[in-house]
Design a protein around this ligand. Structure first.
Ligand SMILES: [Zn+2]
Length: 296
């Protein structure tokens, strides 16, 4: 009897939901981080409304989706997730149980992933950047990877909206053209600076370093602030590698970076790999990095 009642009322509910939607309401796409919002918009223009799981300034450490985010995820056609972020690891199975009609697409698909050389001991799985299987999750800091991400977004959207395939592909090509120009600019900037080293609080630039033959050292060790002994080792390393700039990210605490900087007389410069305007951030990052290398 109950079952019958549900069967009866379900079409009414569905109808109520569909008529409740405004005609001009855009379909929703969910992404994990802001740079992905930018990537989707490059390919899809303003065809979709984008739900970002980790909003600007949010602390990755105590990530907890809001009821509105869950609601928006439920209404999404696709969730483009990064692939190996810590919070995705802890939440993805809950998301897919709750929002069953969403198509889940990993942006790490087809990317040559960087594996950590050491065993990752970090247990704090709520932290956005930690990854238990030792994969570097920061795929979006490499222009080459972002070309792949743009292709993934384009093919997924084209499959879902075949009528708009031509438009998506044209946009994708325009975006990839911009990435080629960026890539050439970065290569020119670092000409003759192969193997230059940089020190950063949180190791978000592993793929960038790989693409442009730079050496990334991080202050954070396996997702945790360094111990006193590690701090001392970092000071020695910075002196040995002739490092005069330390990069920090606003999402992370900066006191340890400042202590090391004071010790070696280095400058502290802020970068934001989670900025929404990815292209602008990549140019800005390259300029800061270039200054850091020439400041020696
Ligand atoms: Zn990170």
């Amino acid at each position: 009897m109950n079952k019958f009642f549900i069967l009866l009322i379900f079409p009414i509910l569905a109808l109520a939901c569909s008529t409740g939607k405004k005609q001009d309401e855009k379909p929703v796409i969910t992404v994990s981080i802001l740079p992905q919002k930018y990537f989707v918009e490059q390919v899809a223009g303003d065809e979709f409304s984008i739900n970002v799981m980790l909003p600007p300034g949010a602390s990755p450490a105590d990530f907890e989706p809001t009821p509105k985010q869950i609601h928006d995820l439920n209404n999404s056609v696709i969730y483009f997730y990064v692939g190996h972020l810590g919070f995705e690891k802890s939440w993805m199975s809950k998301f897919s149980e709750t929002a069953r009609n969403v198509s889940y697409v990993s942006c790490s698909r087809g990317i040559d992933l960087l594996r950590s050389t050491h065993e990752c001991q970090a247990e704090d799985s709520s932290h956005v950047h930690l990854h238990k299987d030792g994969t570097d999750p920061h795929i979006w800091t490499s222009p080459e990877n972002v070309k792949t991400i743009a292709r993934t977004i384009c093919s997924s959207l084209s499959e879902m909206y075949p009528g708009k395939k031509g438009m998506f592909e044209k946009n994708r090509d325009t975006f990839i053209e911009k990435i080629y120009i960026l890539d050439n600019h970065i290569r020119d900037s670092f000409e003759g600076k192969q193997d230059a080293a940089f020190l950063i609080f949180h190791p978000a630039l592993g793929y960038y370093a790989r693409d442009y033959h730079l050496k990334q050292y991080s202050i954070e060790y396996e997702g945790k602030p360094p111990s006193t002994a590690q701090m001392k080792a970092l000071v020695d390393l910075a002196v040995k590698e002739n490092i005069s700039t330390i990069f920090i990210q606003s999402q992370f605490e900066t006191s340890k970076a400042k202590t090391i900087a004071k010790e070696i007389g280095a400058r502290v410069i802020s970068v934001d790999p989670l900025a929404e305007n990815w292209l602008t951030e990549m140019y800005s990052l390259t300029e800061k990095m270039n200054k850091a290398f020439t400041a020696k």
